[in-house]
Design a protein around this ligand. Structure first.
Ligand code: ATP
Length: 220
């Protein structure tokens, strides 16, 4: 494939993952920029395993074939930290020993001056309705606030794709709706391809993109 006809977005190309000699999942999909691919399926069907393969931290206990391409570049052999993928999980996983600003500065790539970095963090906070919270201890924040900080930290790292593993499941119903809108809006504004792992059909409906079901009906 030449660079000219390389697919945009995130491709999971002819991926087959086995565990102990048994095929667990098989997926061949390209997620276009700005599109959300929702991965559903029963517990144990391999949803998180597929995400780990895309992210670059698949446990070596699994045998994997296939390639991961990001904007046409094959990143399969790159370690997770060099893939420029943004991750969000059920838990916000904020650093408890850092302030809100400290958590967000951690997401920012180095380069700009300290002042510019701090301004970037403050502007990002204001954009999601958390202006003035720079100095707060994450332990004092609500679940919804923590989720927004985790999203901002991910976005500030300027990822080229988002990989989301049940990111809304711990939020209560009203917050879940707000957070879905925020995540999908921000991903859309940045034209990011998004892989969303979930059990919740309402997540798939809100995402509005293609859905694949692992376990049984197959992912191809
Ligand atoms: N580190 C591991 N060692 C051995 N088996 C594993 C490991 N991680 C996952 N598995 C197994 O691989 C299969 C797929 O697990 P995975 O976590 O991807 O499923 P899932 O669809 O994400 O499930 P859930 O919806 O419960 O999160 C399961 O049978 C699980 O028990």
């Amino acid at each position: 494939m030449t660079a000219d006809d390389a697919p945009e977005g995130l491709s999971l190309s002819q991926v087959r993952i086995s565990l102990a000699g048994r095929l667990l999942l098989s997926v061949d999909k390209t997620i276009r920029p700005g599109e959300v691919l929702t991965v559903m399926g029963p517990s144990g069907s391999g949803k998180s395993t597929l995400l780990a393969f895309a992210a670059g931290f698949l446990d070596p206990i699994f045998a994997a074939e296939g390639r991961v391409l990001l904007a046409g570049v094959d990143v399969t052999d790159r370690p997770a930290e060099s893939r420029q993928m943004g991750l969000l999980f059920q838990d916000p996983l904020l650093f408890p020993h850092l302030s809100v600003a400290g958590n967000l500065l951690f997401g920012l790539r180095p380069g700009a001056s300290r002042g510019v970095r701090q301004e970037t963090v403050s502007a990002a906070l204001a954009e999601v309705g958390l202006g003035g919270m720079e100095g707060r201890d994450p332990a004092t924040l609500s679940g919804g606030q923590k989720a927004r900080i985790a999203l901002l930290r991910t976005l500030l790292s300027r990822p080229r794709a988002l990989l989301l593993d049940e990111p809304f499941s711990k939020l209560d119903v009203a917050l879940r709706d707000q957070m879905r809108r925020l995540v999908f809006d921000e991903a859309g504004k940045r034209n990011l391809p998004v892989l969303l792992v979930t059990h919740d059909p309402q997540d798939a409906a809100a995402a509005g993109g293609p859905v694949i079901e692992l376990g049984g009906t197959g992912g191809e």
